[in-house]
Design a binder for this molecule. Structure first.
Ligand code: 13P
Ligand code: 13P
Ligand code: MG
Ligand code: MG
Ligand code: MG
Length: 372
């Protein structure tokens, strides 16, 4: 058994919320190299999407391992230190807890972890996002593992025909449920179509009994109780041989569907698939970005990455995304560009409610002299 863990955090933006500073990337790489040399990790790489650093690691300690989580926490402390030295924006932004106690749960950084017996050929795609929320993976996971118009294998591959089981979290009530698809498809869509609350956490093959996909599933604002930036989630998808082909895992992103995030975490905008070198959301702190790093894992080694969206076949999606961004932007402060009140990450509504309380009157009373 090996474990593939992606642990990610925003420990400071360069410039604003658009990217990670090269000195922070270099520091994270030094830490990863040390951890490989010391035998903690089988292998490891550092990647970024926007202002979020991802540590992509293979090891033998399993999911939720204290050693791995504290290594990631310490690495993010080190990159935060550099961000502070350079005065970068939001240094240590996602490190919410001063007292780390062995596990990252509830401390701010996001993580997606998959334990598996390595197959003779083990292709995986690591998806990294910036400027959006964990529920952003609901749509593509549904397409990959439940939609035969996306995934031909659901129809033609014996090992896929029985479908997949989706583990879905209710982030508000901290509960979970398993939907057995295709039987439970319509039930599931009622929930995962509301991605601000219901988030697919893992997907499992009903035939192979193997977990095929895992997402980082927490909501920073629910942990912190206030707006501390978007989660900017990551996702691991294992591919081929009874699981979606690599091309079936990438196909959902050929449609730049709308996600919540973008400027101040408070807007709908199209999800833009980009090569790693273009994962720098500048325009209106967006559009939200997704990067796909492909690896072949062999003897625990990460052979790669291949930059999977560095493909002109995604140009049409990018063009459409830019058009959709123009369309959304012209709504300015109006919904559905701006998120509905309940999902707004930060808001002046509470102070406005207090300030304007005496000016709101029942619709039946006569309006007195205008103020001023
Ligand atoms: P190749 O013939 O290129 O190996 O492709 C097989 C396949 O299944 C592609 O999805
Ligand atoms: P991040 O979560 O990427 O830091 O984004 C925060 C934000 O408010 C962007 O406008
Ligand atoms: Mg940030
Ligand atoms: Mg970010
Ligand atoms: Mg963030």
């Amino acid at each position: 058994m090996i474990t593939l863990s992606i642990v990610k955090a925003d420990t400071g933006g360069f410039v604003g919320h658009s990217a990670v500073h090269p000195a922070m990337m270099a520091e994270a790489r030094r830490e990863i190299d040390r951890a490989i040399a010391s035998g903690l990790l089988l292998d490891g790489q550092v990647a970024a999407c926007g202002d979020d650093i991802s540590l992509i690691m293979t090891h033998t300690y399993g999911a939720d391992a204290g050693l791995i989580h504290s290594f990631a926490w310490d690495t993010f402390q080190a990159t935060t230190h550099i961000a502070k030295e350079l005065g970068l924006y939001g240094a240590g932004q996602d490190l919410l807890s001063d007292a780390f106690s062995g596990n990252l749960r509830g401390t701010g950084p996001g993580y997606a972890e998959l334990e598996f017996d390595e197959r003779p050929s083990e292709p995986v795609v690591c998806f990294l996002a910036d400027k959006t929320e964990p529920g952003a993976w609901n749509f593509p996971l549904y397409k990959m593992f439940a939609d035969p118009f996306n995934t031909a294998g659901l129809v033609v591959d014996e090992k896929m025909h029985a479908g997949f089981a989706f583990e879905v979290y209710d982030l508000y009530q901290e509960k979970r449920i398993i939907f057995d698809c295709p039987a439970d498809l319509y039930d599931m869509l009622m929930y995962i179509g509301a991605p601000a609350r219901y988030v697919v956490h893992t997907v499992r093959s009903r035939t192979l009994g193997e977990t095929a996909a895992a997402t980082s599933t927490q909501r920073l604002s629910l942990i912190a109780g206030k707006y501390v930036g978007k989660d900017d989630p990551v996702m691991i998808v294992r591919c081929q041989a009874g699981l979606p082909a690599v091309g079936e895992a990438l196909e959902p992103f050929a449609f730049p569907y709308a996600v919540a995030g973008c400027m101040r975490g408070s807007h709908h905008a199209p999800f833009l698939p980009v090569p790693a070198g273009q994962a720098h959301p500048s325009r209106f702190d967006g559009p939200p970005r997704v990067v796909a790093l492909g690896f072949q894992i062999h003897d625990g080694r990460l052979i790669g990455p291949r930059d999977m969206f560095d493909d002109p076949a995604f140009d049409t999606a990018r063009t459409q995304a830019n058009e959709i961004m123009d369309y959304f932007r012209r709504h300015g402060p109006f919904e559905p560009h701006r998120l509905p009140l309940a999902d707004l990450e930060y808001t002046t509504m509470a102070s406005l409610t207090r300030k304007l309380a005496h000016r709101w009157t029942p619709m039946t009373t006569e309006i007195a002299t205008p103020i001023g």
